[in-house]
Write a protein that binds this ligand. Structure first.
Ligand SMILES: *Cc1c(COP(=O)(O)O)cnc(C)c1O
Length: 371
């Protein structure tokens, strides 16, 4: 049996006629950049994430970047974030000329540990970027409370968490900004790059709209310098179609996670401490990834590869130890939980189309290796 990390061809087969006609509609309109499809997509994502405004942009990375630009965060400013995330989170801060300040994670959820944030706040701190890693919301209440006390902006990196919920509230709807990605491997992936910023603040939304098109407002008049961060109509059309299937796919991912948990328990791998299952501490974990901790992780990966089971390490090097951030002065041992997670974790295939039989095969392979 061969098991991929993700099976987008299977997903496409299920919705081919809807996608094909949406794409043809865009070609017939010849309206490729922004326009009515993008507006429709923005309204749909705003509704889905319970926000009053959504601004379509060119990627999840650009969503983070444009939110930082809207707050005029730059040289001399500090932004607190987690080192255990996709590079984009820290890279966006650095690209604005600001300094990323890393705060270690809670080992149960892999998300930034709110108890450690306040000690990292300085007079230069302007914002916090929590990440909803693997599809589970960060612990937003204490983060928002710290932000209120210190007058900080919070930008939620919800690139992996569209539709996730924290105490009944959708990812992206709690802080000043929520950022989504439509990269094809996310839970809601486009047919290329795409992203969205959501906010409940009208003025912030207006600023994002201007910055997305070179700060232009009205057209050809520029009070600020923005960039080309526009979402295109083809992506919007695909995202609109896929959004109507997202709840079903999320249910599929959650069912697969529950099945993996059951299989690992039945194999005795949880009780004997060999496998640590994902900890679900929020209302709606959307499982962009299913991540477990295991001993001898690197050897296990080789064993899985030999059995044609795909798996991934998210992420092998925490951001504070990346070469490009060497001048920030961090060293090994500074973020022990992130470093431990980078050594011990492995993501297994969790896509909605994964069958019972495939899940069982994955767990059998792991059991065989660990026994
Ligand atoms: C995917 C991802 C991004 C960036 O999204 P792109 O659309 O690829 O630019 C940012 N942050 C996190 C946590 C991500 O997983």
């Amino acid at each position: 049996m061969k098991i991929p990390m993700l099976d987008l061809k299977a997903q496409y087969r299920g919705i081919k006629s809807e996608i094909d006609s949406a794409v043809i509609e865009v070609f017939e309109s010849q309206y490729f950049i922004l326009g009515p499809k993008v507006k429709e997509c923005e309204a749909a994502i705003a509704e889905h994430s319970n926000c009053s405004h959504a601004v379509g942009v060119s990627s999840g990375t650009d969503a983070l970047l444009i939110a930082l630009m809207a707050e005029e965060i730059g040289p001399g400013d500090e932004v607190i974030t987690t080192p255990y995330t996709f590079f984009s989170t820290g890279g966006s801060i650095a690209r604005m000329g600001a300094r990323p300040v890393f705060v270690d994670i809670d080992p149960r959820t892999y998300n930034i540990d709110p108890a450690l944030i306040e000690a990292a706040v300085t007079p230069k701190t302007k914002a916090i970027i929590p990440v909803d890693l693997y599809g589970q919301s960060a612990d937003m209440d204490p983060i928002m409370e710290i932000a209120r006390r210190h007058n900080l902006i919070v930008i939620e990196d919800a690139a992996q968490a569209l539709g996730a919920e924290y105490k009944g509230r959708r990812a992206g709807s709690i802080p000043h900004y929520g950022c989504f990605s439509f990269f094809p491997s996310k839970n809601l992936g486009g047919a290329g790059d795409g992203g969205m910023v959501v906010t409940n603040d009208e003025q912030r939304a207006e600023k994002l709209v201007a910055l997305r098109a070179h700060g232009s407002k009205p057209k050809y008049y520029h009070k600020v310098v923005g960039g080309n961060f526009r979402l295109d109509a083809l992506q919007a059309a695909v995202i609109i179609v896929k959004l109507s299937h997202l709840d079903g796919w999320t249910a599929g991912r959650q069912a697969n996670a529950a099945r993996y948990n059951e299989l690992f328990r039945a194999a005795g791998l949880v009780d004997d401490g060999k496998v640590t299952l994902p900890d679900v501490v929020t209302d709606r974990h959307v499982f962009n990834q299913y991540v477990i901790r295991v001993p001898m992780r690197d050897e296990l990966i080789e064993a899985l590869k030999a059995n044609d089971v795909a798996c991934q390490i998210y992420y092998p090097v925490p951001l504070h130890l990346q070469e490009c951030f060497a001048d920030l002065g961090y060293k090994e041992g500074d973020m022990p939980e992130s470093e431990k997670a980078a050594r011990e974790t492995i993501a297994l295939p969790i896509y909605p189309e994964l069958s019972d039989e495939q899940a069982k095969y994955v767990v059998d392979c792991i059991g065989e290796f660990l026994m």
